[in-house]
Design a protein around this ligand. Structure first.
Ligand code: EPU
Length: 421
């Protein structure tokens, strides 16, 4: 039996949705917490499967994890033991690679399996490893496991060939205890990086420049526990704003930082979506006809690759031609094949897709081939005539907090069923 998500499309949505803490910050903040020598309290934790997987990894390391409330964790690494992370749990998500930087930083040694996560085409981690090597570590890869060790970590100047989110965060974590100054040039500038630097600085680290393309880390001797509240999830927020643009009579998307969503909001304005942007919310009104637009994914503050897939679903309802060009993950187009099953008119090229609209979508059996493809399927399902059945929903549950409940509150007809495989 497989649990599937079913959506009866065509119902207008109305009401307010509150956005949860950012998944891609959370999955780095949890491993970062082990760098402390006392309890770290984090609030705003989203209810997602990736958090459960990370908590299980923490337990393997003998870190005490207490769930004080649904969105509130206390992580206490006081009695932590640096065991090998060659367990299957590591391969359930991509972010397990943050334990490389965290354990290397704290103990000068880590042994961990290759990380998992969504397949979006090749996702190398060479820049993470080059960064560790620059700090003085040796990297050995054998039998699916990385062993990274250093007698002593020393600050270094590291230039990233690509502004990688993961490499920037991992190098920050590996260098907080290193002797002297580490400089990351061409660092990624995503808001999640600022959030991780903020947590580490509250613990006593000395990180400057997070959010710009040059970050400096001056090594410290000791880090203490602290309290931290996670920033809102800009990708979940963007997903709900796109849902509202597609299907809402009127929707308020609250607990957001609109500045983190500027590239999406201006694209939606160009499409003709009616919105009012407040300090921590966006109000979306029912729009008339939408216009097709072109979008190219770029590192932050450019258009987020994670919102490209949800936006494609909306583009099927826009008049004329839209083009999506990927510069981050050239193969991130599996959602287009699923949208085609629902009646979308999409032509795929190498690294881009052309969507002709408006097309009428019909409920169909589709697959959430990866997390954001899952979001695109939910959006298409809400727009479509009839019932859409989404398979592989575990991808959606890895990254969207209580998506069914949030949509039901807005008036969507969405439920789960067990069906024969
Ligand atoms: N890259 C390399 N070598 C490296 C690292 C990255 O060539 O060592 C390349 C990647 O292949 C990609 C580009 O650099 O072409 C950028 O990758 P980045 O390292 O920035 O991505 P990531 O850290 O693996 C995070 C998010 C992704 C999001 C990307 C881009 C997490 C856990 N994941 O991945 O989120 O798409 O940044 O913004 O933070 C998602 O949430 O659905 C998701 C996939």
């Amino acid at each position: 039996m497989e649990e599937v998500m079913k959506i009866e499309g065509g119902h207008l949505l109305e009401g307010e949705v509150t956005i949860s803490g950012a998944k891609n910050a959370t999955v780095a903040l949890i491993p970062a917490a082990v760098l402390a020598n006392g309890p770290v309290t984090i609030v705003g934790i989203p209810q997602i499967a990736d958090v459960e997987s990370l908590a299980n990894i923490l337990r393997l390391l003998n870190v005490e994890v207490t769930e004080v409330a649904q969105d509130h964790l206390i992580i206490d690494p006081t009695h932590m033991v640096n065991v090998d992370l060659d367990n299957d749990i590591v391969t359930k998500l991509r972010a397990s690679y943050y334990f490389m930087g965290a354990l290397l930083g704290k103990y000068g040694h880590v042994r961990i399996r290759m990380p998992g996560g969504c397949y979006l085409g090749p996702r190398p981690i060479d820049l993470h490893l080059k960064g560790f090597e620059a700090l003085g570590a040796d990297v050995v890869y054998e039998k699916g496991c990385y062993t990274v060790s250093a007698k002593k970590l020393k600050g270094a100047k590291i230039f990233l060939d690509i502004a990688s989110v993961g490499a920037t965060i991992n190098i920050m974590m590996a260098s907080v205890y290193a002797e002297g100054r580490t400089t990351i040039e061409n660092a990624a500038k995503e808001p999640e990086i600022i959030d991780v630097a903020t947590l580490l600085n509250k613990m006593g680290a000395r990180i400057r420049g997070a959010g710009t393309n040059v970050i400096t880390i001056d090594g410290v001797r000791s880090l203490t526990g602290c309290f931290h509240e996670i920033i809102p999830d800009r990708i979940e927020a963007g997903t709900f704003i796109i849902i509202a643009a597609a299907m809402a009579k009127r929707m308020v998307v609250s607990n957001i930082i609109p500045q983190h969503l500027e590239s999406l909001l201006s694209k939606l304005q160009e499409m003709g979506v009616k919105m009012e942007v407040g300090i921590d919310k966006v109000v979306i009104e029912q729009s008339g006809k939408l216009r097709g637009v072109d979008v190219t994914t770029r590192p932050y503050p450019g258009f987020a690759t994670d919102l490209q897939q949800p936006l494609t679903a909306l583009m099927t309802s826009a008049e004329g031609e839209s083009r999506v060009s990927e510069t981050i993950y050239m193969e991130r187009f599996k959602h287009c094949l699923e949208l085609q099953k629902m009646g979308a008119d999409i032509e795929l090229f190498n690294g881009s897709a052309v969507i002709k609209g408006p097309t009428h979508l019909y409920g169909s059996k589709v697959s959430a081939t990866d997390l954001r493809c899952g979001a695109a399927m939910v959006i298409a399902g809400l727009m479509a005539e009839g019932v859409t059945e989404i398979h592989n929903v575990y991808h959606i549950d890895r990254g969207y907090s209580e998506i069914d409940r949030k949509l039901q509150t807005l008036g969507a007809k969405i439920w789960r069923e067990n069906v024969q495989d």
